[in-house]
Design a protein. Structure first.
Length: 159
């Protein structure tokens, strides 16, 4: 006996209007969630950079103040008003944003430029003096600082 031919039910490819709407809405929600996640990640990255900028500004300012205090303590520079330099560096605190949202690369550069302007004015450093070749930098790095360190050590030991 032959078995009757069983046919699978035919699925319609035509979707109900409500079903199309539900699929479209699901796709929109998925895309919106994807975009929201990217935005949240971008905001986190921007906040991390902002915190890094502020931390960098605070640390650099502190280092420059400590260095100026060492110069004052050792009385290395007779023609530099170290007290004024320290006061100017301390005044830079007003430029440090209190809120990480308020800082960006431009504000960070503005602070760094102001810091170096204060330093360069105090030591009468001109752009021409600061424009050294690689060979000149290497010469300074290899010899100048070492020699000055020896001079300072001699000065401290004799006084």
């Amino acid at each position: 006996m032959r078995s009757p031919l069983i046919q699978a039910p035919v699925h319609s490819t035509v979707k109900e209007p409500n079903q199309e709407y539900a699929i479209a809405l699901a796709n929109v929600n998925t895309n919106a969630n994807h975009i929201a996640n990217h935005i949240a990640n971008d905001i986190a990255i921007v906040n991390a950079f902002a915190f890094a900028y502020i931390n960098h500004i605070v640390k650099v300012r502190k280092i420059f103040i400590e260095l100026a205090n060492l110069f004052a303590q050792d009385q290395i520079f007779s023609r530099v008003n170290i007290a004024q330099l320290i006061a100017d560096l301390e005044d830079l605190e007003q430029l440090i944003p209190k809120n990480h949202i308020d800082i960006n690369r431009k504000e960070h550069q503005k602070f760094v430029d102001k810091l170096f302007k204060i330093w360069n004015i105090a030591f009468a450093l001109t752009p021409e003096l600061l424009n050294l070749s690689n060979a000149e930098f290497e010469e300074i790095d290899n010899h100048y600082f070492h020699i000055n360190r020896l001079i300072l050590d001699c000065k401290k030991s004799c006084c």
